[in-house]
Ligand binder design. Structure first.
Ligand code: ADP
Ligand code: MG
Length: 466
């Protein structure tokens, strides 16, 4: 990228503002903030504009994720298509550190070439994202069954008893990922024709088909596939006409032994407004839930995702993020990528300190102080005792010890009074709390193994807090 002298007229700033404004309407605010706030206009002519970015990481990220949005915004703001170039503004880094950018180039995940159907319907294209594969899907207790069922369908489409397969669960837990993985697996291993489509696209195509009197083409297209992956069926709840079409599509597929896979944000019986025949059909095969990921799965996902981006994330940072973002994998990944962007922007290595600073925006839901519940969770997990056991009257050695450690940590890290801690731990009086605290403190001094254990717990509590 050659050096280009700023050469634009005053109106260029307006153009740039307009471009940013248009982009901001198309992407989530957080993403806009992360990726577009630190760009600037370097030059603008009638044929081409050059945008300055703080690092290569930014350029590659924007090109692989927002290229079309940016291109469209530039074209709309200029009134005609304009070529978009980037330039890295090395000198503009906020830190003067001369150290290397800590990241090797991000692997650019280009959109797949979209094979065109008849150009009329979305489903004419395959719509599969290449990196959403089984290999990139981290398995854990929360998704093990859904994953296994998906893999079975992918290996033998239409030939398992999982037809249809319906995966349900909350937002950002991996439903789309599994549907896409099935699709990618099948097109990679067979000549089957796969259609992946969201229920919204299905509906829009259907409406278009009716408006343009192309209903037959629509029906033919959908029914020509061997495998139909229909994402977010709850979207059809209020769409009676589309449900009817879907009902016929379902029957055609099912009766000819072709595979159907659906996702939904709720179990079938809660799909209010669904034709009851459809609700029953959705349950003909296998219905499986995908739950919120457990701690270990969250850590593993962070590691996997970092490896995919070619970025090394220190252990404590991975744990810190996993601690704080608990119920949505999309948010978890968003937080991680935000951190990468911040590190790249400042030319700094990824450390716990940086992570704590950069993730403040993301950790909106969690309290910024340490709660006794958090401590109980950490102690329980590390020592393998349940929260109930810790609070119980049990005198079993492991349980009593876990209880004492948890009490000690509460007196050290929470702002609760001894009385409040006592009542949290199953109505114990304040003398018991003092005794527990003192005895652990004393024993940790005398017994190096216990001392180390306590240090590890302290460290875990510290990294769990914002
Ligand atoms: P949903 O469709 O349930 O709302 P997605 O499938 O879109 O959720 O998942 C959100 C993000 O989290 C995607 O980037 C996806 O790749 C990622 N993700 C979800 N589950 C996993 C997993 N088990 N392993 C790796 N990445 C995952
Ligand atoms: Mg989805």
């Amino acid at each position: 990228m050659e050096q280009i002298e700023p050469q634009f007229e005053p109106s260029s700033q307006n153009l740039w503002d307009e471009i940013l404004h248009m982009v901001s309407k198309d992407i989530p605010q957080q993403s806009f903030h992360t990726w577009f706030k630190s760009l600037e206009l370097v030059s603008a002519t009638d044929e081409e504009i050059c945008i300055g970015a703080p690092s290569r990481f930014f350029v590659e990220w924007i090109q692989s994720h927002y290229r079309d949005i940016l291109k469209n915004a530039v074209a709309a703001a200029s009134g005609h298509p304009v070529k978009v170039n980037f330039q890295i503004l090395e000198g503009k880094r906020k830190s003067s550190s001369s150290q290397e950018n800590p990241f090797p180039a991000v692997k650019v995940m280009d959109k797949p070439p979209i094979p065109k159907g008849d150009g009329l319907f979305i489903a004419g294209s395959v719509n599969l994202v290449p990196h959403l594969t089984f290999d990139n899907f981290v398995e854990g207790d929360s998704n093990r069954f859904a994953r296994a069922a998906s893999l079975a369908c992918a290996e033998k489409p239409g030939r398992t008893s999982f037809n249809p397969l319906l995966i349900y669960g909350g937002a950002g837990l991996g439903k789309t990922h599994l549907l896409q993985a099935i699709g990618n697996f099948i097109i990679g291993n067979s000549n089957f024709k796969v259609i992946y489509v969201t229920s919204e696209q299905f509906t829009n195509d259907f409406i278009k088909a009716i408006e343009q009197r192309k209903r037959e083409a629509f029906t033919r297209l959908y029914r020509s596939a061997d495998v139909l992956l229909l994402d977010d069926v709850q979207f059809l709840m209020t769409k009676e006409k589309t449900q009817e079409e879907f009902f016929h599509t379902f029957n055609t597929f099912h009766s000819s032994g072709r595979q159907l896979v659906f996702s939904s944000d709720r179990p079938p019986k809660e799909l209010d407004g669904f034709d009851s025949r459809l609700v029953s059909r959705l349950q003909w095969g296998l219905v499986t839930e995908i739950a919120k990921p457990e701690y270990e799965t969250r850590v593993a996902i962070i590691k996997k995702r970092s490896a995919m981006e070619g970025v090394e994330v220190p252990e404590d940072v991975a744990h810190f993020i996993a601690f704080n973002i608990t119920d949505n994998i999309r948010t978890l990944q968003g937080a991680l990528i935000h951190l990468f962007a911040q590190a790249s922007l400042m030319g700094k290595a990824i450390t716990l300190e940086l992570a704590k600073r950069s993730l403040k925006d993301f950790i909106f839901k969690q309290e910024s102080y340490i709660s006794p519940d958090r401590i109980l969770e950490i102690v329980g997990r590390e020592l393998n005792v349940s929260k109930e056991e810790v609070k119980s009257r049990s005198r079993r050695k492991e349980i009593a010890e876990a209880r004492h450690i948890a009490i000690y940590l509460c007196t050290e890290y929470t702002k609760l009074t001894l009385k409040a801690i006592g009542s949290f731990f199953g109505d114990r009086d304040h003398a018991t709390i003092i005794h527990a605290r003192e005895s652990i403190a004393q024993r940790a001094k005398d017994d190096p193994t216990l001392g180390e254990l306590l240090d590890r717990m302290k460290r875990l509590v510290e990294i769990s807090s914002v």
